[in-house]
Design a protein around this ligand. Structure first.
Ligand code: ATP
Length: 240
């Protein structure tokens, strides 16, 4: 179980990006994180994966624990060894490396026995990555690059996968495909924290959801409950 407890985050002195945020992600659960631009969604994922320092941020109070071990005091490599992986916003695949090489980099931190099984699973989930294995990743379409970024993270056979806006910039049918992929990944037992602008897709594929507003946890509940809430419909689902 992943536990985020009273987490506050600052960037420098001026910006407090998260205030006292708490929620849990049970083993094998999909939790969606919704909120407008600047609400703190990416910051929350960075706090969980201990990558805030790379962006000039710090956790000023609270804790993040995975199965009782504090993550916020570990370095990012130690977190990957605990099988918590983040797919950052904007994909960030290595464009000049081949698809195969990108996947190999993703598996570097994994134990060898996990790596082999993981690669077969990635090819099964994303046959296009097997077909285009020898091509430079930079030649893939936006959707394929997103699949590669997810596939690369899956090479560590993660217990927890953090996805930052996987549907950003993709055509509607691909957004639905990303949703199905989240469900398929979760069916293998991986817990997913899904940050999404596309609230309709996120609520459809998640068990529970939290809503951030200006750095604070404004709402949380089961995804069916939140999808029925008037506030969520008005603010995030385009209702009136
Ligand atoms: P978006 O959907 O636009 O990515 P978000 O909900 O992910 O938004 P964050 O990117 O976490 O929001 O930003 C939360 C707040 O922290 C914003 O006020 C933002 O300007 C600020 N912020 C984010 N990254 C940094 C940074 N590296 N340095 C300073 N301030 C930052």
């Amino acid at each position: 179980m992943l536990t985020i407890e009273n987490v506050s985050v600052r960037y420098g002195r001026a910006v407090q990006a998260l205030h006292d945020v708490s929620f849990e992600v049970a083993d094998g659960e999909v939790v969606a994180v919704l909120g407008s631009n600047g609400a703190g969604k990416s910051t929350l994922l960075r706090a969980i994966s201990a990558t805030l320092a790379l962006h000039g941020g710090t956790v000023t109070s609270g804790s993040v624990t995975l199965d009782g071990t504090r993550l916020d005091t570990l370095d990012p490599a130690a977190i990957v060894r605990r099988r918590l992986m983040q797919v950052p916003e904007g994909r960030q695949v290595f464009g000049r490396m081949t698809v195969e090489e990108n996947l190999r980099v993703g598996g570097l931190a994994a134990e060898p026995r996990r790596r082999e099984g993981a690669k077969a699973r990635v090819h099964e989930l994303f046959p296009v990555l097997a077909d285009r294995s020898a091509q430079p990743a930079g030649l893939l379409s936006g959707g394929e690059q997103q699949m590669l970024a997810i596939g690369r993270a899956l090479m560590c056979d993660p217990q927890v996968l953090l996805l930052d806006e996987p549907s950003l910039g993709l055509a509607p049918q691909l957004i639905q495909r990303i949703g199905q992929i989240v469900t398929e990944i979760n069916a293998g037992g991986t817990a997913v924290v899904l940050v999404e602008q596309n609230a309709a897709m996120a609520l459809k594929v998640s068990h529970r959801a939290v809503v951030l507003e200006v750095g604070r946890l404004a709402l949380s509940g089961s995804s069916t409950e939140l999808a029925a809430s008037e506030d969520v419909q008005r603010l995030y689902l385009g209702g009136h």
